[in-house]
Design a protein. Structure first.
Length: 338
């Protein structure tokens, strides 16, 4: 039996969505200590999938039938890639699907790693992620699974990765251009409104195609300056306030690319939540993670209590229910135990 545990991730945005520049995408984000995906696997003659009942109050509720379907697909593909017959898989914990926390990639890679190690094979997640449909635009999820921390990826060559994503399995996961450990005193506010899931699958592909075809290259130039002069120095020097303000600005500029597609710089009701968090001195910067509806806020240990209260107030101000957490960053990759 092999047990794999991997944390969620935050996606702050892309460096470039314009075909006018040499590199496309180029994402930045951080690995989180929680919530987690936990998958167990044992060798078997065929693929079987079960979902364990929630064992504690911190387990994240999600769509059980959808998780079973996802894991069955990932496990079947993993067995084909590894040349093994099957695996008996139990999902102990999972992330809310399409909420902006990287649920698909973390579940796919955890399943792959569990199946591989249960058969005494090397997972080689970076090499095999494309065959599972992961890493097609952003490399943050794969890098978070591998080593954790803050990650900036190198994106894809625009000449090859244009408006249509290449056939599944034919790309390489973007290389890690920069990685820094997340300082111990930093904390991240997670506000997950009760709202429709973010875009995925064919809908996401269609949206990204439209956005890339019309993206303003000037926004990419502004983002590049913020990343090089503000984000990277702040994380290297451990300055949470400067980091929060910088990644929030990256997210806001990204939102300008998506305005016509998602109904604003941030999708509803995320915009109202982010606006409310901006009034709190305990939240150093806030934004939408990936397609949302998850909202992040950057804070630190000294301000964690006030940041949590600000998150609860922000949900009230937006007129929606939801979940509020304060979590740490994760500076290690997925935990694999046998």
């Amino acid at each position: 039996m092999t047990r794999v545990s991997a944390g969620a991730r935050l996606h702050f945005g892309f460096g470039n969505l314009s075909l006018s520049h040499e590199r496309l995408y180029g994402a930045l984000g951080v690995a989180l200590a929680e919530p987690c995906v936990v998958v167990e696997a044992a060798p078997a003659s065929e693929v079987s999938v079960d979902v364990a009942p929630a064992s504690d109050a911190d387990s994240v509720a999600t769509d059980t039938a959808a998780v079973v379907g996802d894991v069955r697909e990932f496990a079947t593909r993993a067995c084909d890639l590894l040349g093994v017959d099957g695996a008996a898989i139990t999902v102990e914990e999972s992330l809310p699907r399409h909420a902006g926390l990287g649920s698909g990639t973390q579940l796919a890679l955890a399943t792959l790693a569990a199946v591989a190690r249960s058969h005494d094979r090397a997972p080689a997640v970076r090499d095999r992620a494309p065959a599972l449909g992961r890493g097609g635009r952003s490399g943050i999820g794969v890098a978070a699974f591998e080593r954790g921390g803050f990650v900036l990826d190198a994106g894809h060559p625009t000449a090859r990765f244009t408006t249509d994503r290449p056939e599944t399995g034919s790309w390489e996961v973007p290389a890690v251009a920069a990685r820094h450990p997340i300082p111990d005193h930093w904390r991240f506010l997670l506000v997950i409104p009760d709202a429709d899931p973010g875009r995925s699958g064919a809908g996401e592909d269609a949206t990204m195609r439209t956005v890339v075809e019309g993206a303003d290259p000037a926004l990419a130039d502004r983002i590049a300056g913020i990343v090089s002069r503000r984000v990277l120095p702040a994380v290297a020097e451990g300055r949470a306030e400067a980091f929060g303000a910088a990644v929030a600005e990256v997210g806001r500029l990204n939102g300008n690319w998506y305005t016509d597609e998602q109904g604003g710089v941030f999708r509803p009701p995320v915009g109202d939540v982010v606006a409310a968090l901006a009034d709190s001195p305990a939240v150093f910067g806030a934004g939408q993670s990936s397609w949302g509806p998850a909202v992040y806020g950057v804070t630190d240990a000294d301000h964690a209590g006030a940041a949590r209260a600000a998150g609860e107030d922000a949900l009230d101000a937006a007129g929606v229910g939801g979940e509020v957490r304060i979590v740490r960053g994760r500076n290690r990759g997925a935990r694999i135990e046998e």
